[in-house]
Design a protein around this ligand. Structure first.
Ligand SMILES: Cc1ncc(COP(=O)(O)O)c(C=O)c1O
Length: 352
Protein backbone atom coordinates (compact mmCIF):
# COMPACT_ATOMS: atom_id res chain seq x y z
CA UNK A 1 0.00 0.00 0.00
CA UNK A 2 1.28 3.50 -0.79
CA UNK A 3 2.20 5.34 2.37
CA UNK A 4 2.25 9.07 3.14
CA UNK A 5 3.29 10.42 6.52
CA UNK A 6 -0.11 11.69 7.77
CA UNK A 7 1.55 14.51 9.74
CA UNK A 8 2.56 16.17 6.48
CA UNK A 9 -0.94 16.48 5.08
CA UNK A 10 -2.00 19.43 7.24
CA UNK A 11 1.45 20.76 8.06
CA UNK A 12 1.66 24.42 7.02
CA UNK A 13 4.88 25.66 5.47
CA UNK A 14 5.69 28.98 3.79
CA UNK A 15 7.68 28.79 0.58
CA UNK A 16 6.80 32.14 -0.99
CA UNK A 17 10.05 33.94 -0.32
CA UNK A 18 10.98 34.48 -3.96
CA UNK A 19 11.40 37.34 -6.42
CA UNK A 20 12.62 39.71 -3.72
CA UNK A 21 15.80 40.89 -5.39
CA UNK A 22 14.45 44.13 -6.84
CA UNK A 23 13.23 45.29 -3.41
CA UNK A 24 14.92 46.67 -0.34
CA UNK A 25 14.47 43.56 1.80
CA UNK A 26 13.69 44.46 5.41
CA UNK A 27 11.32 41.53 6.01
CA UNK A 28 13.48 38.51 6.84
CA UNK A 29 16.18 39.96 9.09
CA UNK A 30 18.92 39.69 6.49
CA UNK A 31 21.67 42.28 6.14
CA UNK A 32 20.44 44.39 3.19
CA UNK A 33 23.97 45.69 2.55
CA UNK A 34 25.68 42.32 2.62
CA UNK A 35 29.37 41.62 3.11
CA UNK A 36 32.15 43.79 1.69
CA UNK A 37 32.69 42.73 -1.93
CA UNK A 38 36.39 42.12 -1.20
CA UNK A 39 35.50 39.28 1.18
CA UNK A 40 33.43 37.55 -1.50
CA UNK A 41 36.13 38.11 -4.17
CA UNK A 42 38.82 36.80 -1.83
CA UNK A 43 36.87 33.67 -1.02
CA UNK A 44 35.92 32.98 -4.63
CA UNK A 45 39.53 33.40 -5.78
CA UNK A 46 40.37 30.30 -3.73
CA UNK A 47 37.60 28.17 -5.20
CA UNK A 48 39.11 25.86 -7.80
CA UNK A 49 37.42 23.29 -10.05
CA UNK A 50 38.95 20.57 -7.85
CA UNK A 51 37.43 22.09 -4.70
CA UNK A 52 34.02 22.27 -6.33
CA UNK A 53 34.40 18.66 -7.49
CA UNK A 54 35.22 17.41 -3.99
CA UNK A 55 32.79 16.78 -1.17
CA UNK A 56 33.38 19.66 1.24
CA UNK A 57 36.07 19.16 3.89
CA UNK A 58 34.85 20.65 7.13
CA UNK A 59 37.71 19.92 9.54
CA UNK A 60 39.75 23.04 8.79
CA UNK A 61 36.80 25.42 8.96
CA UNK A 62 35.50 23.81 12.15
CA UNK A 63 38.89 24.48 13.75
CA UNK A 64 38.75 28.15 12.70
CA UNK A 65 35.22 28.46 14.07
CA UNK A 66 36.14 26.65 17.30
CA UNK A 67 38.94 29.14 17.90
CA UNK A 68 36.53 32.03 17.29
CA UNK A 69 33.99 30.76 19.85
CA UNK A 70 36.71 29.57 22.26
CA UNK A 71 35.71 25.92 22.07
CA UNK A 72 37.05 22.74 20.46
CA UNK A 73 35.96 21.32 17.08
CA UNK A 74 34.31 18.46 19.00
CA UNK A 75 31.93 20.99 20.55
CA UNK A 76 30.56 21.92 17.11
CA UNK A 77 28.27 20.32 14.55
CA UNK A 78 27.97 22.33 11.32
CA UNK A 79 24.56 22.49 9.69
CA UNK A 80 22.84 23.81 6.59
CA UNK A 81 21.60 26.97 8.30
CA UNK A 82 20.67 26.95 11.98
CA UNK A 83 17.10 25.95 11.04
CA UNK A 84 18.58 22.51 10.34
CA UNK A 85 20.44 22.55 13.65
CA UNK A 86 17.20 23.22 15.52
CA UNK A 87 15.49 20.36 13.72
CA UNK A 88 18.21 17.91 14.67
CA UNK A 89 18.19 18.91 18.35
CA UNK A 90 14.42 18.39 18.43
CA UNK A 91 14.74 15.07 16.63
CA UNK A 92 17.53 13.80 18.87
CA UNK A 93 16.42 15.07 22.26
CA UNK A 94 12.63 14.70 22.20
CA UNK A 95 10.40 11.70 21.49
CA UNK A 96 6.91 10.91 20.24
CA UNK A 97 4.43 13.27 22.00
CA UNK A 98 7.32 14.72 24.02
CA UNK A 99 6.62 18.06 25.70
CA UNK A 100 8.53 20.97 24.20
CA UNK A 101 8.24 24.33 25.97
CA UNK A 102 8.61 27.46 23.86
CA UNK A 103 7.67 31.11 24.16
CA UNK A 104 5.22 32.61 21.66
CA UNK A 105 5.41 34.49 19.43
CA UNK A 106 8.79 33.26 18.34
CA UNK A 107 10.61 31.75 15.35
CA UNK A 108 7.88 29.62 13.84
CA UNK A 109 10.01 26.63 12.84
CA UNK A 110 10.08 25.38 16.44
CA UNK A 111 6.37 24.72 16.15
CA UNK A 112 6.65 23.40 12.60
CA UNK A 113 9.26 20.80 13.60
CA UNK A 114 7.26 19.87 16.69
CA UNK A 115 4.24 19.17 14.52
CA UNK A 116 6.32 17.41 11.87
CA UNK A 117 7.68 14.97 14.45
CA UNK A 118 4.47 14.63 16.50
CA UNK A 119 5.76 16.46 19.58
CA UNK A 120 3.61 18.38 22.05
CA UNK A 121 4.61 22.07 21.76
CA UNK A 122 3.45 23.95 24.85
CA UNK A 123 3.26 27.71 24.36
CA UNK A 124 4.28 30.26 26.96
CA UNK A 125 2.85 33.62 25.83
CA UNK A 126 4.30 37.09 26.38
CA UNK A 127 2.49 39.55 28.63
CA UNK A 128 0.65 42.53 27.18
CA UNK A 129 3.57 44.75 28.11
CA UNK A 130 5.73 42.49 25.91
CA UNK A 131 7.68 41.03 28.85
CA UNK A 132 8.41 37.37 29.35
CA UNK A 133 7.89 36.39 32.96
CA UNK A 134 10.18 33.42 33.55
CA UNK A 135 7.86 32.15 36.30
CA UNK A 136 5.46 31.30 33.47
CA UNK A 137 8.20 29.22 31.84
CA UNK A 138 9.21 27.60 35.14
CA UNK A 139 5.60 26.54 35.72
CA UNK A 140 5.67 24.52 32.51
CA UNK A 141 8.96 22.81 33.38
CA UNK A 142 7.28 19.71 34.71
CA UNK A 143 8.73 16.20 35.04
CA UNK A 144 7.30 15.14 31.69
CA UNK A 145 8.90 18.02 29.72
CA UNK A 146 11.75 17.05 27.39
CA UNK A 147 12.96 20.28 25.82
CA UNK A 148 12.94 23.98 26.72
CA UNK A 149 13.61 26.41 23.88
CA UNK A 150 14.94 29.87 24.72
CA UNK A 151 15.94 32.57 22.26
CA UNK A 152 18.62 35.08 23.13
CA UNK A 153 17.37 37.53 21.92
CA UNK A 154 13.96 36.39 20.74
CA UNK A 155 12.62 36.92 17.21
CA UNK A 156 10.26 38.73 16.76
CA UNK A 157 9.90 40.09 20.31
CA UNK A 158 13.50 41.25 20.70
CA UNK A 159 13.54 40.59 24.45
CA UNK A 160 16.53 39.15 26.31
CA UNK A 161 17.06 37.18 29.50
CA UNK A 162 19.25 38.24 32.41
CA UNK A 163 22.04 36.01 33.78
CA UNK A 164 19.94 35.30 36.86
CA UNK A 165 16.90 34.28 34.80
CA UNK A 166 18.87 31.87 32.64
CA UNK A 167 20.67 30.44 35.68
CA UNK A 168 17.29 29.75 37.30
CA UNK A 169 15.89 28.13 34.15
CA UNK A 170 18.94 25.93 33.64
CA UNK A 171 18.92 24.90 37.29
CA UNK A 172 15.27 23.85 37.02
CA UNK A 173 15.99 22.08 33.71
CA UNK A 174 18.72 20.03 35.37
CA UNK A 175 16.51 19.21 38.31
CA UNK A 176 13.78 17.97 35.96
CA UNK A 177 16.17 16.51 33.36
CA UNK A 178 14.93 18.76 30.55
CA UNK A 179 17.24 19.50 27.62
CA UNK A 180 17.67 23.22 26.88
CA UNK A 181 18.16 24.70 23.41
CA UNK A 182 19.26 28.35 23.34
CA UNK A 183 18.86 29.87 19.89
CA UNK A 184 21.47 32.61 19.44
CA UNK A 185 20.73 33.43 15.80
CA UNK A 186 20.85 37.12 16.74
CA UNK A 187 24.06 36.96 18.71
CA UNK A 188 26.46 39.87 17.89
CA UNK A 189 23.56 42.32 17.56
CA UNK A 190 23.24 41.71 21.28
CA UNK A 191 26.56 40.55 22.68
CA UNK A 192 25.51 38.56 25.75
CA UNK A 193 25.83 34.81 25.17
CA UNK A 194 24.95 31.71 27.18
CA UNK A 195 27.32 29.50 25.21
CA UNK A 196 29.25 28.60 28.39
CA UNK A 197 26.23 26.63 29.58
CA UNK A 198 26.36 24.58 26.38
CA UNK A 199 30.08 23.99 26.77
CA UNK A 200 29.73 22.79 30.33
CA UNK A 201 26.39 20.92 30.46
CA UNK A 202 25.56 17.69 28.65
CA UNK A 203 21.96 18.71 28.00
CA UNK A 204 22.30 22.33 26.96
CA UNK A 205 22.80 23.36 23.32
CA UNK A 206 23.32 26.70 21.63
CA UNK A 207 22.51 27.16 17.94
CA UNK A 208 24.05 29.97 15.89
CA UNK A 209 23.85 31.09 12.28
CA UNK A 210 25.91 32.79 9.59
CA UNK A 211 22.71 34.26 8.09
CA UNK A 212 22.35 37.35 10.24
CA UNK A 213 25.33 39.52 11.26
CA UNK A 214 27.59 37.42 9.02
CA UNK A 215 25.30 38.36 6.12
CA UNK A 216 25.43 34.92 4.49
CA UNK A 217 21.79 33.77 4.45
CA UNK A 218 22.21 32.77 0.80
CA UNK A 219 24.99 30.32 1.72
CA UNK A 220 23.06 28.37 4.39
CA UNK A 221 25.47 27.79 7.24
CA UNK A 222 24.76 27.33 10.94
CA UNK A 223 25.95 25.22 13.83
CA UNK A 224 25.13 23.58 17.13
CA UNK A 225 27.41 23.94 20.16
CA UNK A 226 27.38 21.50 23.04
CA UNK A 227 29.46 18.95 24.88
CA UNK A 228 31.26 16.52 22.55
CA UNK A 229 29.18 13.40 23.41
CA UNK A 230 25.93 15.37 23.04
CA UNK A 231 26.93 17.07 19.80
CA UNK A 232 27.96 13.67 18.41
CA UNK A 233 24.31 12.56 18.69
CA UNK A 234 23.19 15.60 16.68
CA UNK A 235 25.92 14.93 14.12
CA UNK A 236 24.55 11.42 13.55
CA UNK A 237 21.32 12.91 12.21
CA UNK A 238 22.96 15.13 9.58
CA UNK A 239 22.71 14.27 5.91
CA UNK A 240 26.16 13.44 4.48
CA UNK A 241 28.11 16.60 3.55
CA UNK A 242 25.37 18.98 4.66
CA UNK A 243 27.45 22.15 4.18
CA UNK A 244 29.10 23.51 1.02
CA UNK A 245 32.51 24.76 0.01
CA UNK A 246 31.33 28.30 -0.86
CA UNK A 247 29.77 28.81 2.56
CA UNK A 248 32.82 27.45 4.36
CA UNK A 249 35.24 29.65 2.38
CA UNK A 250 33.24 32.85 2.77
CA UNK A 251 32.61 32.24 6.48
CA UNK A 252 36.32 31.60 7.01
CA UNK A 253 37.17 34.91 5.31
CA UNK A 254 34.72 36.78 7.54
CA UNK A 255 36.20 35.19 10.64
CA UNK A 256 39.84 35.67 9.69
CA UNK A 257 39.95 39.00 7.84
CA UNK A 258 40.92 41.61 10.40
CA UNK A 259 38.23 44.13 11.20
CA UNK A 260 35.41 42.51 9.19
CA UNK A 261 33.21 41.57 12.14
CA UNK A 262 33.85 44.88 13.89
CA UNK A 263 32.89 46.82 10.75
CA UNK A 264 29.69 44.79 10.36
CA UNK A 265 28.78 45.46 14.00
CA UNK A 266 29.66 49.18 13.78
CA UNK A 267 27.60 49.66 10.60
CA UNK A 268 24.68 47.89 12.18
CA UNK A 269 24.88 49.90 15.43
CA UNK A 270 24.97 53.13 13.45
CA UNK A 271 21.86 52.08 11.49
CA UNK A 272 20.04 51.05 14.68
CA UNK A 273 20.91 54.32 16.47
CA UNK A 274 19.74 56.35 13.47
CA UNK A 275 16.43 54.46 13.22
CA UNK A 276 15.61 54.62 16.93
CA UNK A 277 16.45 58.31 17.09
CA UNK A 278 14.27 59.00 14.06
CA UNK A 279 11.35 57.01 15.50
CA UNK A 280 11.61 58.87 18.82
CA UNK A 281 11.78 62.25 17.09
CA UNK A 282 8.73 61.36 15.04
CA UNK A 283 6.72 60.05 17.99
CA UNK A 284 6.63 56.40 16.99
CA UNK A 285 6.27 53.79 19.72
CA UNK A 286 8.64 50.90 19.19
CA UNK A 287 9.88 47.81 21.02
CA UNK A 288 12.39 44.99 21.05
CA UNK A 289 15.50 46.08 19.18
CA UNK A 290 18.02 43.66 20.73
CA UNK A 291 18.23 41.73 17.45
CA UNK A 292 18.53 43.19 13.94
CA UNK A 293 14.82 43.99 13.83
CA UNK A 294 12.30 46.20 15.61
CA UNK A 295 8.56 46.45 16.17
CA UNK A 296 7.09 49.80 15.18
CA UNK A 297 3.53 50.91 15.98
CA UNK A 298 2.36 52.66 12.82
CA UNK A 299 0.02 55.65 12.81
CA UNK A 300 -2.13 54.04 10.11
CA UNK A 301 -3.09 50.45 9.21
CA UNK A 302 -0.09 48.09 9.48
CA UNK A 303 -1.13 45.67 6.73
CA UNK A 304 -1.91 48.44 4.24
CA UNK A 305 1.44 50.06 5.00
CA UNK A 306 3.22 46.78 4.21
CA UNK A 307 1.41 46.67 0.86
CA UNK A 308 2.15 50.32 0.03
CA UNK A 309 5.79 50.00 1.06
CA UNK A 310 6.06 47.15 -1.43
CA UNK A 311 4.11 48.59 -4.34
CA UNK A 312 5.08 52.27 -4.06
CA UNK A 313 8.51 52.23 -2.42
CA UNK A 314 9.88 48.81 -3.36
CA UNK A 315 10.54 48.06 0.32
CA UNK A 316 9.61 44.74 1.93
CA UNK A 317 8.61 44.74 5.62
CA UNK A 318 6.25 42.56 7.69
CA UNK A 319 3.17 43.24 9.76
CA UNK A 320 2.36 41.42 13.02
CA UNK A 321 -1.14 41.53 14.52
CA UNK A 322 -1.82 42.14 18.24
CA UNK A 323 1.67 42.79 19.52
CA UNK A 324 0.61 43.29 23.15
CA UNK A 325 0.11 46.91 24.14
CA UNK A 326 1.42 48.08 20.75
CA UNK A 327 -1.42 46.42 18.81
CA UNK A 328 -0.85 45.80 15.10
CA UNK A 329 2.79 46.50 14.29
CA UNK A 330 5.38 46.61 11.59
CA UNK A 331 8.44 44.44 12.00
CA UNK A 332 11.36 45.96 10.20
CA UNK A 333 14.87 44.52 9.81
CA UNK A 334 17.63 46.92 10.83
CA UNK A 335 20.57 47.49 8.50
CA UNK A 336 23.13 50.15 7.64
CA UNK A 337 22.06 53.78 8.00
CA UNK A 338 21.60 54.33 4.27
CA UNK A 339 18.87 51.65 4.18
CA UNK A 340 17.27 52.98 7.35
CA UNK A 341 17.15 56.44 5.76
CA UNK A 342 15.41 54.96 2.72
CA UNK A 343 12.88 53.29 5.02
CA UNK A 344 12.18 56.32 7.26
CA UNK A 345 11.74 58.57 4.23
CA UNK A 346 9.15 56.12 2.87
CA UNK A 347 7.43 55.81 6.26
CA UNK A 348 7.15 59.58 6.57
CA UNK A 349 5.43 59.75 3.19
CA UNK A 350 3.13 56.75 3.55
CA UNK A 351 2.14 56.66 7.21
CA UNK A 352 -0.24 59.62 7.38
C1 LIG B 1 15.41 32.92 15.88
C2 LIG B 1 15.86 32.29 14.62
N1 LIG B 1 16.49 31.12 14.68
C3 LIG B 1 16.92 30.52 13.56
C4 LIG B 1 16.70 31.06 12.32
C5 LIG B 1 17.16 30.28 11.11
O1 LIG B 1 18.14 30.91 10.41
P1 LIG B 1 19.08 30.13 9.40
O2 LIG B 1 18.45 28.81 9.07
O3 LIG B 1 19.21 31.02 8.23
O4 LIG B 1 20.37 29.92 10.11
C6 LIG B 1 16.04 32.28 12.20
C7 LIG B 1 15.79 32.90 10.88
O5 LIG B 1 15.24 33.92 10.70
C8 LIG B 1 15.60 32.92 13.39
O6 LIG B 1 14.94 34.08 13.36
Amino acid sequence: MYYLNPRLVNLERIFDQNERSSYLRLDLNENPGGLPKTIIDDALSEITPELVAEYPETAHFTKVLAKHIKATPQNICLTNGSAEAIRYVIEAYTGENGKIIGVVPSYFMFQVYSEMYGRNFVKVPYSDSLDMNIDDILKEMTDDAQLLILLNPNNPMGNVYSDEEVAKLIERAQEKQITVLIDEAYHYFYPKTFINYALSNKNVFVTRTFSKLFSMAGCRLGYVVGQPESVAMVQKLTTPHNTNVFALKIAEKVLTTNGTLDTLIDNFNQGRAYLINWLDLNNYKHAGSAGNFIFIQPKTDAEKLVEHMKSEKKILIKSYPNVGKLGDCLRVSIGEQTFMEQFTKALLELDK
